[in-house]
Ligand binder design. Structure first.
Ligand code: NAP
Ligand code: G4F
Length: 325
């Protein structure tokens, strides 16, 4: 095995897990890194791979930097994970979201087409595209109905991936991934927000946790399991699109119950509903059907929501200096 891979979004949650997976498989891993003031390498450091990857300066909005990244990396597999990925922010920064999350994907596809059209391409599509769901369990044939500027931008990127496959014959696949979480999740997303608050409350550092719509339901899996599906898609002879999910949906409320009870607390004593965290349009429920991925990729999730939330709370307890439960 002597393959080169390029990952955009390598400093994000999935980028870090995917980098580790590919390194373990013997790949030489390059990552596109946008210039930032703060330390962007903490996730790669936590997984012990900070010094194993080669970072290339670049930005999804600058196609010339992507062409250079393709030339430098000589990648035969390109994973486009970079995005403005927080749904809430997409209402306050819709144009940036469209540029990074939507046009950014087209920029990567163009760089692949120009520099090495033989390279295999993965697009990080999302269950947010289903939005106002048109079927009780969403699969690859369920119509899309995005409910946020983020969902709209991702839909553009998704169809661009399909279009480059059909127009130019690129080996371009799209993973329609449902929510996936981990101890490396950004603190703005609800599972990590809850895990961090639970750890802080348990250690006496905070008393309440302010949340928005806790009746929303999500199909939550573990990011470490989901990056295996990304890799598997690019190993197929034919490029295609796949739903990646657990097939189980849970309310934010019940997820809170799991997290608080893990450390012997009752969520009802601490959760406060705050209108600030409600969204202009909500995705009420998501529930995926990963049957195609199981049949064609041999992929299955291995981590239950209880295990996942326990792992996240324990990691935050450890980071704060408390003993995990
Ligand atoms: P994440 O933690 O937010 O990571 C996003 C990455 O994109 C970060 O490395 C970020 O770098 C990078 N990025 C942002 N703007 C950029 C720009 N202009 N140029 C280059 N890089 C830029 O997201 P994630 O949870 O790992 O998700 C990975 C991908 O899967 C995203 O595309 C997301 O939309 C999609 N997705 C996620 C889920 C999920 O549940 N996690 C589900 C479906 C799809 P900085 O940190 O330096 O800004
Ligand atoms: O954790 P969330 O912010 O994730 P959301 O909006 O489902 O998006 C995530 O999953 C998508 C896949 O479906 C990805 F494409 C996307 O990039 C991202 O990774 O919110 C989950 C639910 C929402 O219904 C939200 O309204 O939790 C609800 N919620 C209730 N209170 C909250 C809060 N969400 C956040 N972030 N913060 C709250 O206080």
């Amino acid at each position: 095995m002597n393959k080169n891979a390029l990952i955009t979004g390598i400093t994000g949650q999935d980028g870090a897990y995917l980098a580790k997976l590919l390194l373990d498989k013997g790949y030489t891993v390059y990552g596109l890194m946008a210039r930032r003031g703060s330390d962007g390498l903490w996730r790669l450091r936590e997984l012990g791979v900070e010094n194993e990857v080669s970072l290339i300066d670049g930005d999804l909005m600058d196609v010339t930097s992507l062409i250079r990244a393709m030339e430098t990396s000589k990648a035969s597999e390109v994973y486009n994970l970079g995005a403005q990925s927080f749904v809430g922010t997409s209402w306050t920064q819709p144009v940036l979201t469209a540029q990074v999350t939507g046009v950014g994907a087209v920029n990567v596809l163009e760089a692949v087409r120009i520099v090495n059209p033989e390279a295999r391409f993965y697009q990080a599509s999302t269950s947010e595209m289903f939005g106002l769901i048109q079927a009780e369990r969403q699969d690859e044939s369920t119509p899309f109905y995005p409910r946020s500027p983020y969902g709209v931008a991702k839909l553009m990127a998704h169809w661009a991936t399909v279009n480059y496959r059909e127009s130019f014959g690129l080996h371009a696949s799209s993973g329609i991934l449902f929510n996936h979480e981990s101890p490396l999740r950004g603190p703005e997303f609800v599972t990590r927000k809850v895990a961090l608050a639970v750890a802080r409350i348990k250690l006496g550092l905070q008393k309440e946790l302010r949340l928005g719509n806790i009746d929303a339901k999500r199909d939550w899996g573990f990011a470490g399991d989901y990056v295996e599906a990304m890799w598997a898609m690019l190993q197929q002879e034919q490029a295609d699109d796949y739903v990646i999910a657990t097939g189980v949906t849970t309310t934010v409320r019940d997820m809170c119950e799991i997290a608080f009870s893990h450390v012997g607390l009752n969520y009802k004593d601490h959760v406060v509903i705050d209108p600030e965290f409600f969204r202009p349009a909500e995705v009420d429920v998501l529930l995926g059907n990963p049957g195609k991925a199981e049949r064609k990729l041999g992929w299955k999730p291995h981590t239950s929501l209880n295990e996942l939330i326990a792992m996240m709370v324990d990691a935050d307890m450890r980071r704060l200096g408390g003993a995990p439960e």
